[in-house]
Design a protein around this ligand. Structure first.
Ligand code: HEM
Ligand code: HEM
Length: 330
């Protein structure tokens, strides 16, 4: 905790060094994206397993609060991606470290250049949606109710991890935190760089489809073409949108399931390992460090299992029928 306070105060005191700020923003943007990702993968699995809840989740994505959050999310992903590319480049070309101040400015410029037209296009979707008369928009009370379940889930996982870590400490009398072997730590370092490179096209492609070409609002547009498929969302239900994408076959391969599966594995492992770096920087008390690391490993495995199970199960006829009957929501 004291290390966290020191980081904040020292960052504010240590003026003038852009590099320091780029590190802070990189970290915050990565953590912000990870928080969204956790909610998003759980939500998306509901398309397969709890169709009513998925319709409700998308309804909440289409509320003003999430719309503002969506702009922040896109900004986080774009900045983190460009800054991540800078880190990878300089790690492999140490001689270029002398240009690092300049590289930080290029990252900011590239971020602004990409975000400006993206935000204009996203704003177009936003004004089309909110400009239409008689929309029934999700209220804050609905959103708090859904998100409180997530907050409850986080607390349960943390308490469980603290108890386990306490028991482990008592049984083994261990005085150290959670450590990976040197070899595995080095592998994870390389994985962060390689996965970062692979994530760039995957996540930019995903965001282009869901924010720019179509918007989050088109997921529930009835009679609208489902992006990346040759199908139309007849019912205008979010579940049908996801089902159409996951059932799209190219040469017998469900390409969007493969795409989502790759994205899922890469971003979840990358994001949780990044969270591990942050935790290890600030949590030095052994049993708390161990507990937080247990929670990270559990979160990573659980999220891949949940997202993977939804991709394998897909959206079946029963889910379509259930979703079609939910008239109260829209
Ligand atoms: C508000 C912004 C976003 C929207 C509206 C959105 C929308 C969707 C939709 C509709 C799906 C269902 C499958 C499909 O159609 O391909 C999906 C799946 C997925 N999205 Fe997003 N997405 C957003 C942002 C992101 C971001 C930033 C990431 C990565 C950090 C991400 C990662 C994923 C993954 C991994 C899956 C597969 C989940 C699973 O396996 O069940 N999405 N997204
Ligand atoms: C879009 C492509 C991405 C690239 C090029 C990228 C690149 C990187 C790099 C190079 C690092 C530094 C690793 C290290 O210190 O060893 C990093 C850290 C991190 N990344 Fe990413 N990343 C990307 C996407 C994501 C996504 C989608 C998430 C969230 C799910 C994420 C979350 C994190 C976190 C939490 C950290 C740790 C930050 C820290 O230690 O300060 N990244 N990323």
């Amino acid at each position: 905790m004291t290390t966290l306070v020191t980081t904040v105060t020292e960052t504010l005191r240590y003026r003038g060094k852009l590099g320091q700020w780029s590190w802070v923003f990189h970290r915050l943007a990565g953590l912000g994206t990870l928080l969204f990702l956790i909610l998003h993968v759980v939500d998306t699995s509901w398309a397969a397993f709890y169709p009513e809840d998925y319709e409700q989740a998308i309804r909440e994505y289409q509320s003003p609060l999430f719309t503002i959050g969506e702009f922040f999310l896109v900004a986080c992903v774009v900045y983190h991606a460009f800054n991540g590319l800078r880190i990878v480049l300089l790690d492999f070309r140490p001689a270029w470290w002398q240009y690092q101040q300049r590289a930080v400015i290029y990252v900011l410029l590239a971020t602004v250049i990409v975000l400006a037209p993206t935000f204009v296009l996203m704003l177009g979707h936003v004004t089309d949606f909110y400009g239409e008369e008689g929309r029934d928009i999700a209220g804050l009370d609905e959103i708090i109710q859904t998100q409180a379940k997530f907050a409850g889930g986080f607390v349960v996982i943390l308490v469980g991890a603290l108890v386990l870590s306490g028991i482990f400490g008592l049984l083994t009398r261990s005085t150290s935190g959670f450590n990976l072997s040197g070899k595995l730590e080095a592998t994870m370092w390389s994985f962060m760089r390689l996965s970062g490179l692979l994530i760039v096209p995957l996540v930019f492609g995903h965001l282009a489809l869901m924010h720019v070409i179509q918007g989050v609002f088109d997921i529930t547009g009835s009679g609208i073409d489902v992006i990346g498929t040759d199908m139309v969302n007849e019912s205008g239900k979010a579940v049908e949108f996801v089902g159409a994408r996951w059932d799209m076959l190219v040469a017998g391969v469900a390409i969007w399931r493969v795409y989502d599966g790759l994205l899922l594995a890469l971003v979840v492992i990358h994001g949780f390992n990044g969270l591990r770096y942050v935790v290890n920087d600030y949590a030095h008390t052994p049993w708390i460090n161990r507990a937080l690391n247990y929670a990270i490993v559990f979160g990573m495995v659980a999220l891949i299992a949940i997202g993977g199970a939804a991709l394998i199960a897909g959206v079946d006829e029963t889910a379509y029928e259930i979703a079609k009957d939910i008239t109260a929501l829209k």
